[in-house]
Design a protein around this ligand. Structure first.
Ligand code: B1M
Length: 210
């Protein structure tokens, strides 16, 4: 079997996790470089899913299914990546702020970020400012990403921004969630805002580069 990167991307876009696992295994055993399998196969496929999601051509269930297929490939690829010394593009601490239990959007953002080659440290829901600060310190994160779905929990984002600044951490901050806006991000001193999971990948990658 010759596993092309195109067929791997296509299987991921279809959300066919068995095929993704099979093609990832085959590509590695045929001598493909793990980084190529990651970038030209898995990430390339996830980027297509992200673009289609942004354009409302596919919806949350399709993205979740594609993300599940991505994980099937990553599980096989991870030991080879570690052996080859391939580092993630960056580390992102991600959580839903204190008082807020909504995590579907956050999880989607996490999956898309993983799909974009980033290491995601997911600190879950109801995460306090201290928890964000600790996680950023412990993981040497370049980016702190917060999600909020309630107008009543948005002020918690400002608390996290304050706590990160007080801790003197060199970390960029991105916020998002249905009630959050670019104006609010500017107001509280966050470095970035994204309206959806696919845009979050673009914003995080730009924040890391600058
Ligand atoms: Co609640 N809820 N909920 N809820 N809930 C909303 C958010 C609400 C709009 C419903 C409504 O009244 N119409 C409303 C909030 C009103 C407001 O404040 N503006 C609301 C409320 C009031 C509540 C409770 C207070 C209800 C009650 O108990 N009286 C309560 C609060 C609990 C708490 O958090 N403390 C509550 C509880 C719940 C459930 C537990 C039942 C459940 C959550 C389950 C879970 O998440 N595991 C739930 C749900 C499911 C919803 C709705 C129906 C759907 C949210 C969702 O998952 N959307 C929601 C109404 C709605 O949105 N239609 C509602 C799908 C998801 C993919 O979208 O999360 O927006 P979203 O994420 C998007 C973007 O926002 C963005 O990317 C994602 C994908 O593109 N994004 C980011 C999100 N985070 C990002 C971070 C980024 C960048 C982009 O950078 C870091």
């Amino acid at each position: 079997m010759v596993a092309s990167m195109e067929s791997l991307s296509e299987a991921l876009i279809r959300g066919d996790r068995n095929k993704v696992a099979e093609l990832t295994t085959a590509a590695l055993s045929e001598g493909a470089a793990p980084q190529d399998v990651l970038e030209k196969g898995l990430i390339a496929g996830m980027m297509v899913v992200g673009k289609r999601f942004k354009a409302n051509e596919v919806y949350v269930p399709e993205v979740l299914i594609a993300a599940r297929a991505m994980h099937a490939g990553l599980n096989i690829l991870q030991p080879a990546l570690t052996k080859a010394g391939v580092e993630p593009v960056g580390v992102v601490v991600l959580g839903t702020v204190k008082g807020d239990l909504h995590d579907i959007g956050k999880n989607l953002v996490g999956m898309m970020l993983t799909g974009g080659g980033l290491k995601v440290v997911d600190i879950g829901i109801d995460a306090s400012a201290d928890k964000f600060v600790e996680a950023c310190k412990n993981s040497n994160a370049q980016v702190c990403a917060m999600s909020a779905l309630l107008t009543t929990t948005m002020p918690q984002m400002a608390e996290v921004v304050k706590a990160l600044k007080a801790a003197n951490l060199d970390v960029k901050i991105i916020i998002g969630g249905a009630p959050v806006t670019q104006n609010f991000a500017n107001e509280i001193g966050a470095d970035g805002y994204a309206a959806d999971a696919a845009s979050a990948v673009d914003v995080v990658q730009t924040l890391i580069k600058n």
